[in-house]
Design a protein around this ligand. Structure first.
Ligand code: HEM
Length: 142
């Protein structure tokens, strides 16, 4: 059918059969993504506001975002096992998060996913979800 082939040409189908966690390559894949995310945050000049919202060391953030994302993406709930309910908004209240920090977080994650070879279809879908989460974390105007 011509209609089907037109749709196939425009959209890359999303693999709903496997979790995002599996599509990223399980724990090693999520680990690699998180490492790249914080490496970029640490070195890209246009992510300086995001970097400045963090303390001098990114080590704890690296470990905890890894644990959190495993569960968030449909894998083992490693964060919850260690720390209980994520309460992400409450846990971010000590840090000043506005629109610039939100946008830089999402940009940083988009670059990290591209760098570790995540497909555009999966990356687009995850970035939409991350944007919503990051926007909900804003705790100051501007
Ligand atoms: C919107 C911009 C964001 C900023 C500026 C930000 C900043 C931070 C900072 C400064 C920390 C503390 C790191 C440390 O303990 O040394 C942190 C922790 C964390 N962030 Fe974010 N974050 C943002 C968005 C997000 C998003 C969108 C997610 C999830 C998808 C996320 C997940 C986490 C997790 C799981 C932790 C560890 C919480 C804990 O157990 O203390 N963050 N973040």
């Amino acid at each position: 059918m011509t209609h089907e082939s037109t749709v196939d040409a425009v959209f890359t189908p999303i693999d709903h059969a496997r979790s995002a966690f599996d599509q990223l390559g399980g724990e090693p894949g999520v680990r690699q993504l998180v490492e790249r995310f914080y490496d970029l945050m640490d070195m890209e000049p246009d992510l300086a506001a995001l970097r400045a919202a963090h303390g001098p060391s990114l080590d704890q953030a690296r470990e905890r975002l890894f644990l959190f994302l495993c569960g968030y993406l449909g894998g083992p709930d490693l964060y919850v096992q260690q720390f209980g309910h994520p309460r992400l908004r409450a846990r971010h209240l000590p840090f000043a998060i506005g629109e610039a920090e939100r946008d830089q977080w999402v940009v940083c994650m988009g670059r990290a996913m591209a760098d570790v070879g995540v497909s555009a279809a999966l990356s687009d879908r995850l970035l939409q979800a991350f944007y919503g989460t990051a926007d909900w974390m804003r705790n100051r105007a501007g």
